[in-house]
Design a protein around this ligand. Structure first.
Ligand code: ATP
Ligand SMILES: Nc1nc2c(ncn2[C@@H]2O[C@H](COP(=O)(O)O)[C@@H](O)[C@H]2O)c(=O)[nH]1
Length: 404
């Protein structure tokens, strides 16, 4: 295993003396990817640092300011930058909180390639790095009034630490008892349309005359808590999620009959007669699509509620055989506040730069990046963290143990 030091900070004014006016007042690193150099710089204004990226295209001899997608790191004192797999740069920020210190700057991933094509510009995309993996989300779909919400509430009540609900955005008005941020994020159409344009949504659809959508943040926030995410969305939304990079289980809930569906909508009493008729008209097409499009992994008929709920639990492996303990929520990473990083195969050694601290491996950790999943526009998950055993003569990665 040969060590390849990849972290470097240098004076870029010396390196690129062709008229480029560096705007960074703070700290900068550069990473070469193919014929491009990505210069990552921070501007320190008072106590707030913002990160910026400029690209030097060596083949054209030109500087490019890219379109930046995703959520970028904020408030940090400096950073290390390491190229991974020629398509993303790992950025480790200094002086950040433990859950805010690992970031990925995607420069040539599939997502970035798609966005470049769609936008016709140079694109980069940020995503936050998170320890551990998330469980497959569960997408529950079916016509209005079939009992999706009822079944989901039963699941959340019985397994409160295991499941988390993806709170959708909608432009429809709240029903009595519905709380903003709990049942939905009730929003203005213009705001939601802008957020959709800015790539903040995993999916969206016009349903019964209103706009509904799942934000990327809604799904990631549940996974951040170590919970399995449940999405209650219509068939168009399920189709979009199926086509996205989110690996989920898709379950369609069907009514025993249209008459029963109508009865349930009337009994619920949350819609006007006109709205109920609209929902019933849409239900026919949804049932048709749900059963025929090959979107769904499972179809459950909600005739008797308890029986349907038992079948749902069986599908999710919750029929009494599986332990119901929650997975621990994703933990942060305690990094030395000032550090240097180097890459050895799929492992990143992060060493404290504090002089005179005695033991050189004290405060050193190893980040394993071999099992990374996801990425922009959501989080990058699957990071594993190891502590380096305190052997003063060991600079290698033999004496490491995984941190839980
Ligand atoms: N198996 C069932 N038998 C009888 N009534 C049921 C059954 N399942 C749910 N219901 C009732 O049907 C009504 C509609 O259920 P629910 O609100 O859960 O539907 P939904 O699919 O979430 O609807 P929407 O998509 O409009 O949000 C509720 O009043 C609920 O109590
Ligand atoms: N495509 C999406 N559909 C959604 C989302 N959130 C809810 N829904 C679906 O809308 C209808 C109506 O819901 P209601 O609360 O007004 O009765 C229902 O089928 C939901 O499943 C979403 O984020 N995206």
């Amino acid at each position: 295993m040969g060590e390849a030091p990849v972290f470097y900070v240098e004076n870029l004014k010396d390196r690129f003396s062709n008229g480029f006016n560096l705007r960074f007042k703070g700290f900068e690193t550069s990473v070469d990817v193919g014929d491009k150099t990505f210069v990552i710089g921070s501007n320190n204004n008072d106590s707030i640092s913002s990160i910026e990226v400029q690209i030097y295209d060596k083949s054209r001899g030109k500087w490019v300011i890219p379109t930046v997608l995703g959520t970028e790191p904020k408030r940090y004192e400096g950073h290390s930058a390491i190229l991974l797999n020629e398509d993303r740069i790992m950025v480790i920020t200094w002086g950040s909180t433990p859950d805010d210190c690992i970031w990925f700057l995607e420069v040539d991933t599939e997502y970035v390639k798609q966005q470049k094509k769609a936008l016709g510009t140079e694109v980069i995309a940020w995503s936050k790095g998170v320890r551990g993996d998330a469980e497959k989300p569960v997408v529950i779909s079916g016509p209005s009034g079939v009992g999706k919400g009822t079944l989901i509430n039963m699941l959340m009540k019985e397994f409160p630490t295991m499941f988390g609900f993806s709170v959708s955005h909608t432009t429809r008005t709240p029903r009595i008892m519905e709380k903003n941020g709990v049942h939905y994020h009730f929003t203005e159409r213009s705001i939601m349309e802008k957020d959709i344009k800015d790539g903040k949504f995993l999916e969206f659809a016009s349903v019964h005359g209103n706009l509904y959508g799942t934000s990327i943040e809604a799904v990631e926030a549940v996974a951040d808590l170590g919970k399995r995410c449940i999405l209650d969305i219509d068939v168009q939304g399920a189709k979009s999620v199926r086509a996205s990079s989110l690996d989920a289980i898709f379950i369609f809930i069907s009514p025993p009959s249209m008459a029963k569906l109508e009865e349930r909508l009337h009994l619920r009493g949350t819609e006007t007669e006109e709205q109920i008729q609209k929902r019933l008209r849409n239900a026919n097409a949804e049932i048709e699509q749900g059963k025929s499009l090959g979107i769904f992994d499972h179809i459950l008929c909600n005739d008797h509620l308890e029986k349907c709920y038992d079948n749902l639990k069986k599908l999710l492996g919750l029929d009494g055989t599986t332990p119901t303990n929650p997975k621990p929520s994703s933990k942060g990473i305690n990094l030395p506040s000032k550090h240097a990083a180097s890459k050895i195969n799929n492992k990143i050694l992060v060493k404290s730069e504090t002089l005179g601290s005695g033991n050189p491996s004290k405060n050193s950790i190893v980040l394993d990046v071999s099992l990374l999943k996801g990425g922009a526009p959501g989080r990058t998950r699957g990071l594993n963290v190891f502590a380096v055993d305190p052997n003063p003569f060991s600079d290698c990665l033999n004496g490491i143990h995984k941190l839980s």
